[in-house]
Ligand binder design. Structure first.
Ligand code: NAP
Length: 307
């Protein structure tokens, strides 16, 4: 199988580069920005036509959520227009597209009558409240409209020991400060890029086992929530990082105290949804994939740096 992998310098793409190696009869082509610039639609189209992949896996995205408010056109090109081109071209070849999307396609207002938050299912109404979410939704909609063989995997709060993310920011701040004030009124599930890559590879392997049949996509294609199990807020995540990371050994100092604050005390250019909790029931029912509890995934991620 010839796989065209984008974003291999990002958190998920980099993890995929290793997990995809374990598949048999596999050729991975992972062009970097210099060879495949996602702000250049003509170049992307030509490259797909030249490579003729059986599968495009597209974790590349414009992911700077706050900056996107001022760079809406660029974010729309990368997150909205490029997935549309990928879908159109892969359909012509008769291949398939695995694309990643986000909890930010929702407005975060879903709740029960008593005010408690309820997890979003794949069927819930989308209503993004920031530019990044709007452009990611545009990408989803273009892929679905193209009717190509596809999976849209909606993940949330992605972290790893690689790249730019909340985990590494917290470890940097732990080195600099004795007290951290972190938002405690946005709820979701931190999701390890390593798990996203493993679970994606499991799915690709299931398609391979089905002899890469086109009919497989009628049964399994579509949109899936793709996050860790359990729920926390950013402050809870930061506290768990300080509890699990061997800060004393890593930084030669005590872990800082982590205090919760409301979002109103930490204004950002882009609004964030209060409720980012996504149900994984469909992923479990269709693919037999049970996401790990977010705390267990964090432990697995930290293992190499703690030991
Ligand atoms: N990060 C999160 O918290 C989060 C949450 C929900 C959903 N997601 C979704 O999950 C997926 C993976 O996210 P991630 O955290 O792995 O992203 P990431 O670490 O920010 O990596 C983004 C990747 O996209 C590439 N890219 C950006 N602009 C490009 C351009 N013009 N041309 C070529 N490549 C370009 C980057 O390349 P360079 O290294 O050259 O910049 C990088 O490899 C994305 O679809 C994202 O929307 C992420």
């Amino acid at each position: 199988m010839r796989i065209l992998l984008t974003g291999s310098t990002g958190q998920v793409g980099n993890a995929l580069l290793s997990t995809l190696q374990r598949l048999d009869h596999n050729e991975i082509i992972a062009p970097q920005r210099a060879q495949m610039d996602l702000s250049n639609p003509d170049q992307v189209r030509q490259l797909i036509q030249d490579i003729k992949p059986d599968l495009i896996i597209n974790p590349a995205a414009y992911t700077a959520v706050d900056k996107a408010e001022a760079e809406a056109n660029l974010a729309q090109t990368i997150n909205g227009d490029i997935p549309s081109i990928m879908a159109e071209e892969i359909k012509k070849i008769g291949g398939a597209l695995i694309h990643y999307s986000t909890d930010y396609v929702f407005d975060g207002s879903k709740h029960a009558e008593d005010g408690s938050l309820i997890a979003y299912t794949e069927e819930d109404q989308t209503a993004p409240i920031n530019v990044y979410g709007k452009t990611k939704l545009a990408g989803e909609q273009a892929i679905i409209a193209s009717n190509c063989n596809h999976l849209i995997l909606r993940t949330s709060w992605v972290y790893s020991t690689f790249g730019k993310n909340f985990l590494l920011t917290m470890l940097r701040l732990a080195n600099e400060r004795e007290e951290l004030k972190i938002v405690n009124d946005q709820w979701g599930a931190p999701t390890w890029a390593g798990w996203i890559a493993q679970a994606t590879t499991d799915i690709v392997s299931q398609w391979q086992t089905a002899s890469m049949s086109q009919d497989w996509w009628k049964e399994y294609g579509g949109t899936y929530n793709f996050t860790s199990g359990g729920t926390t807020n950013w402050c809870g995540f930061a506290q768990e990082i300080m509890r699990q990371a061997d800060v004393k050994r890593l930084l030669k100092k005590n872990a800082p105290v982590v205090l919760g604050i409301p979002s109103t005390d930490y204004p950002t250019p882009a609004k964030r949804p209060v409720n980012s909790i996504l149900s994984s029931d469909k992923l479990r029912d269709k693919f037999g994939i049970q996401p790990p509890a977010w705390q267990d995934a964090l432990a697995a991620c930290l293992e190499p740096i703690n030991n």
